[in-house]
Write a new protein. Structure first.
Length: 406
């Protein structure tokens, strides 16, 4: 199959894709339940194949069957936005208090474009392509919910490969890249509440100050991580908020203090070990100071994402197919992963595949200084969407054609 011709065809979809992207952007919704977004996705894929809706979330799956029987390839696009008040200056900016600050509006449009390409050329398809439109990527475990509902199964059988993409404003527009092995970190969190005894600030010996205990805990985390976890296997525990007392007065010792930290690891071994180290350390400090401590790890519901591991063979396929789709010089092997988290990791735990990064910094901005993903000011160059659609469609065709020849 001529993948460069597929890319040329995809470029004709740009106005359609931009229209979809702007529609999704203006109706940004947060979490697992995205009724407006789901309706807009359904409208854009009507007539392309067999559609199923999620039960516990607003997911959409689209199955396109080829002219010849064969296995299935899964292509995933996430749907949810962030609770960010937009200040991007885009003429189609969201005004509802939610924002597609991580580019999921582009991801949906890319998935829809790939679906139209596959449907148009389904006569050349030796198998099926299953498109996942997934809510709840931003910390709500949407991929795990869809897996639990069996949304990845076609007549009870798992796909043989899974692919997804992610846009970033910190990379030059039009550059695609990935790497073998761990590409993205596990992303979890810990919330710590220290319960002491309040009192008059001038007589600390008559109270049990939780603030000093909290300060000791925060100061002890990094030394413990440095000494108990191998530093060649990166682990990040970064305290991002603290709460205690009342800023109206400075002479009241509060009864309670709390803080929260993000936890990032690049291996399954450190995923478990860092949680054991933190639990032992923080409980030990609390015991030494005679206070109570409550630890809530990963929301108490196991919502930490897994480490995202790319399959070696799938990355080799991306490296071979991408230049045929994009032309020379636009695909790179990334030198390292990123500590960002991504619940597509759960899909890749079940199905071998690859996740590909796409540079989408607006050409008038410098990628090194442009507002980054999750910023209220972030903007993306959506002219990268047709190439991304063509790449995903080409990877599906290539995987299934190889399976047919085996």
């Amino acid at each position: 199959m001529d993948y460069s011709a597929l890319a040329a065809e995809a470029k004709t979809y740009l106005p359609f894709m931009q229209s979809n992207r702007q529609k999704f952007h203006q109706i940004a919704e947060v979490g697992l339940h995205l009724p407006l977004t789901q309706a807009a996705v359904l409208e854009s894929i009507e007539g392309l194949g067999e559609i199923k809706l999620g039960k516990g979330l607003s997911s959409v799956t689209l199955l396109i069957r080829g002219a010849k029987p064969g296995p299935t390839v899964l292509i995933r696009a996430d749907m949810d936005a962030l609770p960010v008040i937009e200040d991007s200056g885009e003429p189609f900016a969201s005004t509802n208090g939610a924002m597609h600050a991580c580019g999921h509006d582009l991801h949906m449009s890319i998935g829809i474009g790939a679906a139209h390409l596959v449907h148009t050329h389904r006569d050349k398809l030796a198998g099926n392509v299953l498109f996942w439109f997934q809510p709840g990527e931003e910390g709500n475990g949407g991929a795990d919910v869809m897996l639990a509902e069996g949304s990845h199964l076609v007549e009870g059988v798992k796909p043989i490969a899974a692919y997804g993409v992610h846009v970033f404003s910190m990379y030059q527009s039009g550059i695609f890249g990935t790497k073998k092995g761990a590409l993205m970190a596990s992303a979890g969190e810990i919330k710590v509440t220290i319960k002491g005894a309040g009192g008059h600030g001038s007589m600390p010996w008559l109270s049990n100050d939780p603030i000093s205990v909290m300060a000791q805990m925060i100061a002890s985390i990094q030394p413990a991580i440095n000494r108990e976890l191998k530093q060649l296997d990166p682990t990040i525990v970064n305290v991002c908020w603290v709460k205690a007392g009342n800023d109206v007065t400075s002479n009241v010792t509060p009864a309670e203090a709390s803080f929260g930290a993000t936890i990032r690891t690049f291996s399954d071994e450190h995923f478990d070990k860092v949680r054991m180290v933190l639990s032992r350390l923080l409980n030990g400090i609390a015991d030494a100071f005679g206070v109570e401590v409550e630890l809530v790890i990963d929301n108490g519901m196991g919502h930490a994402t897994k480490v995202l591991y790319n399959d070696d063979d799938a990355v080799d396929r991306v490296a071979r197919v991408a230049p045929q789709v994009l032309g020379a010089g636009r695909y790179i092997t990334l030198p390292e992963g990123t500590p960002g988290g991504e619940d597509f990791a759960s899909v890749l735990k079940e199905i071998p595949g690859a996740f590909v990064f796409i540079g989408a910094c607006p050409p008038e901005l410098d990628p090194t200084t442009a507002p980054n993903n999750h910023s209220e000011k972030v903007r993306f160059d959506d002219t990268v969407m047709p190439d991304a659609s063509a790449l995903l469609a080409s990877l599906a065709f290539d995987t299934l054609n190889e399976a047919a020849r085996a």
